[in-house]
Every structure is written in C-alpha cells, then in structure tokens.
Write a protein that binds this ligand. Structure first.
Ligand code: FAD
Length: 559
C-alpha cells in the first residue's frame, strides 16, 4: 500500500506539503510486476507512473525489434508527456527485474498538477527536457533499413518488396535500371543475382526464397515447440483477421499457441488500403495498421508467429493433431484452428500469366502504388476490394479505370465506396466491360477490353493492371477426412453432420461437433475458409475468438 510516509522518500514528492502527499497516497495504486511483465504498451492510453523499486525498460518497436531506449531507476517517473499532450504512449514500459510502481490515473494526475505548483513545476521541467531529447532523436540520421536492389519489372523483386512491406519491415529500393542511385553496394559481386537484399549490418542475400528472406531480416520461420512430446495447445493455420484473433484469444487465455502463416500476417485485410466499417475506428484504419497492431498484441500475450511457412498437410496420430510445413517438419498440437481464408481468383485471358508481377498484379499490390504515379492504370472487378484499390491508386495514378463486368457498380459495391469514387476526378468506371487479352514484351504495355453487350474490342495502353475479381478457398492440401463443400470451403458444426450423412460417413464421437468444429474432432475452422462464412473482417475476428472458446471445451472434454 502507498502511504504518505513512503512518498516522502521519493524525490518528486519530497517538497510536496503533507496534506497533498496524503491525498496522492489515497489515490495511488500500488503495482507489483515480475521481470518481463509489461506496464504499458506503445499506442495505449498512458497513466502517470513513479518507479518505487526495481528497474523499468523503455522500449520502442522499430521494424521487427523492440529497441531499448533507456532504463528507469527507482525515483524516476514517466507518462507525463503523453498525458499532458493528450496522446497515446510513444514507447512501451517493461519491468527489467521485479519492480514496484506507483500509478496515478489521468484524472488524478491532472487534478494534482493544477492543485500543487511545486509538483507541477518539477513535472513540466522534466517534460520539456524529454520533448527536447525527442526532437534531437528525430533529426538524427535514422537507422539504415534493409536495402532491396532489383528491377521494377522483375517478379522476384516485386515479391521481395511485397513480402517486406506486408511484414512491416522498412526497406529502401534501388533499381539497377535507374543506376541504383549510384550506390556501390548495389553492384553484384561474382555469383550474386538480383534481387539482392542487403541487411542493415551489411549481410547480402542474393535472389533469396521468401523463407530465406524472412530469416535474413530476422523474422521467425520455425516453431520453437511442436514435437510429439511437446505439443502446442492450439496451432493456427493462417494469419488473417480470423487467425490473429484466435492467436490473441488463445495466448491471452493461457494456451500454448502458435500461428503459421504462408506469407505475412494480415491476410486479405492486410492488403486493404482503408477498412471503414470495422467497429471502433470511426475514421477507418488501413489493413496494414490493423495487422501490425494485432501482431503486436498476439506477441505480447506470448503467441508464436511463424511466417513464410505454408502448411501442406494435416493428420491425427496417437491422440494428437499435426500439420506438416513446406520444408518437411511436422508440428504437433492438441487442437488446430484452420483460418486460411481464400486466394485471389485468376484472370483467364491470353498473355496474363507471363506478365504477373510485371505490370499485372492480383490484389491491390500497394507496393506498386508509387510506381503508378501519373500513369494510366486499370482495375478489374466490381466489389469493395476493387473500389478500395481504385481509391488508393487515384492518389498516385494519372487515370484509374475500373472495368466492371456487370451492368452497374452499385450491384457489387457498398454505397459509401460508390459515393467516394464519384468524387474522384481521375477515376473512370466502365460497366459491361471485360479484359480479353493483355500484351507486353517483358512488362505490360496494353490490354484489350471487350464490350460484353456489342462484342466490340478496343486496345488500350496500360502501365498496370490490378485484378480483383473475387477469391476461392484453396484447401486441396487438406485430407479427405476433413469434409469440404463442392467449392472447397471447410464445413463445420451442423453442416458436418449433414454432409457426412450424405456421404454415408460417420462422426466418431457421441457428442455433436461444436459450432466451428470440422469433421475431424479437435480441428476447427474460422473466417473466410469456412463454408457459409460472412467474409468480413469483423466476422473473421469473431469466429477466430469463438474458435478458441470451443478449443477450451474440446481440451476439457478430451482430458
Ligand atoms: C482488398 C480487400 C479489402 C477488404 N475490405 C474489407 C472491409 O473494408 N471490411 C470488411 O469487413 N472486410 C473487408 N475485406 C474482407 C476481409 O478482409 C476478409 O473477409 C478477411 O480478411 C477474412 O479473414 P480470414 O482470416 O478468414 O482470411 P484471410 O484474410 O484470407 O487470411 C488467410 C491467411 O491464411 C494464409 N494461408 C492460406 N493458406 C495457408 C497455408 N496452407 N498455410 C499457411 N498460411 C496459409 C494466407 O496467406 C492469409 O494470410 C476486404 C478484402 C480485401 C481483399
């Protein structure tokens, strides 16, 4: 318990009159933290803290790493800068050793600052010093990020840039075709090939696979546990909203949790330029921001986040479930949540396959946005994802043409996006049109567009073509015992019983499957990959968290 006598020994309160010390003591919380426990996370609303005993690390997330900015010692205090500026915390605080901290809620702190001039003067002096040191930090040279060297028209270079940005790894890109900015490090050494990836410490990786690239920049690509004698409680396949929600709920509820993601956390939502309808974000948030926050949250609760690894098989052995990863390892777990979403449907037109990544892109490919500056770009699709992408590119391209097969935009797109597009002078919408051919020598140069009503074809010059024509489940790697519908979506709950009955197969347990349980007991499905799902960020998040509730029930019942 915090007492007025205890406060007297803290330099900050030494000159405070006795009656004010008593008031502060009455309002202060007494926090005891174990080593490694978080007091505050970057981005959260702060409180005012005084370190009474122990040591507190100040950490800032830069790229993939938590970098230690400083360490507070007993008697030091913090939180006043964001509190007085009304901003979220700009760094995180974590106990370095067992520590004791006094906490004042924002209202109490503000009351105290206005009621106690001696205290206020000391706090404002410290705040000024800290803001000045932040200003100094911001003008100092930033750390060198990862450097990528490769051609704009090289698919492998596009994949490297896309992978880094979706994994929130900052990088600068040099194109040898533009002289690579005269940087001597961009020249190939004997045996090297483009794309070349140079780590901040100078290590070079030549034409790396995605997994090698992930390891090169310090991302986790191997689960730490998962042997048959050390299984996870729950293993999640896929890092979109559904998978990340399962990871956050699983780890926060004490389950030993790992998530395996083929490319980068965020899934489809991570490629969205602005999600405007997610509860609690009245001015919207980008998919990148949502996934970065969720990733941080899952890691904070202790979930392992393994990226650049695809799951290629699944089975049951000796009462445990397992998945196999590309590259061969088997990872064991008591329960599995399949949250592997859907993948973009391919455009079936001559010339497309040879130009993917060389001017033709599936999805919004936000890494390409800068490269479209002032140019003529085309988007194919009439859904919300195409609408959002058109909004994004309208900020860069000279002209954005949205080609829609159907007779109107309203049929497939939310009204708010239709209205937003109408305000953009450089966005044209053409309905009843489809792309029937693409042309280019090494990179896209033109597309052929057909009018579905008249059949008339027209050749148009194009710098980029973005294809957003819906998505399908990709579940061929799953075993036959895992029942799917005719389109490959995974069946759960009541649908499992109906489909099993139709196939004259049997559910093996005396109880019915749980709502999100598949035909393999202990394997659950959540989000877009699930038969009958709603295909929204919020429903994916909801199902991911529900799946964990069923995992608990399954584990309790399985003993
Ligand atoms: C451009 C765009 C904009 C959108 N905007 C909105 C919006 O504004 N509001 C809204 O509510 N919804 C929006 N959506 C829909 C929403 O993003 C999806 O419904 C949601 O992302 C589905 O989440 P999910 O976790 O089920 O699957 P996904 O987001 O598809 O994630 C699945 C993940 O699993 C990974 N994966 C797949 N197979 C494997 C495997 N075998 N091994 C390992 N990993 C694997 C994939 O790489 C992927 O990262 C948008 C979608 C797109 C494409």
């Amino acid at each position: 318990m915090i007492t007025a006598d205890l406060l007297k020994q803290v330099p900050l309160f030494a000159a405070t009159p006795d009656e004010e010390r008593a008031q502060i003591a009455a309002r202060a919380a007494d926090l005891h933290l174990r080593a490694g426990e978080w007091l505050l996370q970057e981005g959260e609303l702060p409180a005012f803290f005084v370190l009474l005993e122990g040591r507190m690390e100040v950490l800032k997330r830069i790229g993939e790493q938590d970098q230690r900015l400083t360490v507070y010692q007993p008697g030091e205090y913090f939180g006043e800068v964001p509190l007085l500026l009304g901003s979220p915390a700009i760094a995180s605080l974590r106990a370095d050793v067992t520590s004791r901290v006094l906490r004042l809620e924002p209202e109490d702190f503000r009351d105290l600052v206005s009621a106690c001039p001696v205290f206020a003067e000391e706090v404002v002096r410290t705040m000024t010093r800290r803001v000045q040191s932040l200003q100094r930090l911001s003008v100092e040279a930033p750390p060198t990020p990862v450097t990528v060297v490769g051609s704009r028209w090289d698919l492998a270079c596009h994949d490297v840039r896309d992978f880094l940005s979706r994994n929130h790894v900052p990088y600068r890109w040099l194109d040898p075709g533009d002289g690579a900015g005269g940087d001597p490090r961009a020249r190939l050494a004997p045996g090297e090939a483009y794309p070349l990836v140079i780590a901040p410490d100078g290590r070079r990786a030549s034409a790396p696979s995605l997994r090698a690239l992930a390891e090169h920049v310090g991302l986790q690509t191997r689960p730490r546990a998962g042997r048959a004698d050390e299984p996870y409680d729950v293993l999640i396949v896929g890092g979109g909203p559904a998978g990340m929600a399962a990871a956050v709920y699983g780890a926060s509820e004490g389950l030993c949790t790992a998530l395996v993601e083929r490319v980068a956390v965020g899934g489809q939502a991570g490629t969205s330029s602005r999600i405007e309808n997610y509860l609690g974000f009245p001015s919207g948030l980008s998919g990148g921001e949502l996934s970065a926050r969720a990733w941080q949250q899952a890691r904070r609760f202790g979930a392992e986040m393994v990226v650049a690894r695809g799951v290629t098989g699944l089975g049951v052995e000796d009462g445990l479930r397992w998945v196999s990863l590309d590259g061969g390892e088997r990872i064991h777990s008591h329960a599995i949540v399949l949250a592997c979403g859907v993948v973009w449907r391919r455009l079936n037109a001559p010339g497309v396959d040879g130009l993917v990544g060389r001017g033709v892109y599936y999805g919004a490919a936000r890494t390409e946005a800068l490269g479209t500056r002032g140019k003529q770009v085309f988007l194919v699709g009439g859904g919300n994802s195409a609408g959002q992408a058109a909004m994004l590119f309208s900020g860069y391209a000279g002209e954005v043409t949205l080609l829609v097969r159907g007779p109107s935009l309203e049929a497939g797109m939310s009204q708010y996006l239709v209205d937003q597009l109408a305000t953009k002078a450089n966005v044209r919408v053409e309905t009843g049109k489809e792309v029937v051919e693409v042309e280019g020598d090494g990179h896209l140069q033109a597309i052929v567009v057909a009018d579905r009503g008249t059949g008339r074809r027209e050749r148009r010059e194009a710098a980029a073509l973005f294809v957003l024509i819906g998505a399908d489940a990709e579940t061929k790697w799953m075993p036959p015992a895992l029942v799917r519908d005719e389109l490959g979506y995974v069946c759960t709950g009541r649908d499992v019983m109906d489909l099993l009955a139709a196939r004259q197969a049997e559910w093996p347990l005396p109880r019915d499957p749980y709502l999100l349980e598949t035909s393999v007991p202990g394997v659950f499905a959540a989000g877009d990959v699930r038969h009958g799902s709603i295909k929204r960020v919020a429903s994916g998040v909801g199902e991911g968290s529900m799946a964990i509730a069923f995992v608990h029930q399954y584990l309790a019942q399985a003993g």
